[in-house]
Write a protein that binds this ligand. Structure first.
Ligand code: ZN
Ligand code: ZN
Length: 232
């Protein structure tokens, strides 16, 4: 109630332009909300853009060749300006106030989806958590779970080793680097779990985590991300 009172008296600033926000759940003014980077027609499994000649929703060539361990990807937006900057501010500049609005955008994207039993933020390795001081996936999952009234746990999956920088690596190399990088507890057995992260780039991280969740008995895994990096 105090937060609502404060927001009424002092509307939060728009993430995009610092004018007063019109939509408080996502902290955006009307103009910035209308200019968010939309997603083109995407593969329902991995969330990547389908080639322009494809006009119906279908699994992309990669997913037809090799299905990831997660069943579907829901992304709120494309990983493009200005969303990439907002996520960067959260992740690299510790602007934790960005987490609520970004979670609000994700909450809208998943509103029509079947509700999972449990949300699990993608874990960071302990060394990364120590240097960053927080896990952006947890910061996003907390308000998301509150908004959707879903349970969440950060202690049921662990990252066993740090991942080498993935930039410039092929999808196969990324998969190899991540093999066995996560472990999950069998408390998730039989559940539909949605894993939550800020960005999906190739889906290799989500795939590795989903594999460990499946190994621990998860019935189904969905990937929920604020933004999806799309092929050119
Ligand atoms: Zn604005
Ligand atoms: Zn795909």
């Amino acid at each position: 109630m105090m937060r609502r009172l404060r927001d009424t008296l002092l509307p939060p600033a728009c993430l995009g332009c610092d004018r007063p926000a019109d939509d408080l759940a996502i902290s955006l003014c009307g103009a910035c909300a209308r200019n968010l980077p939309p997603l083109p027609l995407c593969c329902p499994v991995c969330g990547d853009a389908l080639p322009p000649q494809v006009s119906t929703c279908q699994a992309c060539a990669n997913c037809q060749k090799r299905k990831p361990a997660f069943a579907r990807t829901i992304a709120a937006l494309a990983y493009a300006p200005p969303v990439d900057d907002w996520i960067g501010a959260l992740k690299y500049r510790g602007q934790l106030r960005h987490a609520g609005p970004l979670a609000g955008l994700l909450a809208r994207a998943v509103a029509s989806q079947p509700k999972p039993d449990l949300l699990i933020p993608v874990p960071l390795h302990d060394s990364k958590l120590r240097s960053r001081g927080f896990n952006q996936a947890i910061e996003l999952t907390r308000p998301l779970a509150r908004e959707l009234e879903l349970p969440w746990r950060h202690d049921l999956a662990r990252r066993l080793r740090p991942t080498p920088p993935q930039q410039g690596q092929t999808a196969t190399q990324r998969r190899r680097n991540l093999r066995g990088a996560f472990a999950a507890k069998d408390e998730i057995a039989g559940l539909h779990v949605a894993i939550v992260d800020d960005v999906m780039t190739t889906g290799a991280t989500a795939d590795a985590l989903a594999q460990s969740l499946k190994k621990a008995g998860a019935a189904e895994v969905s990937a929920w991300v604020v933004a999806r990096a799309l092929r050119d």
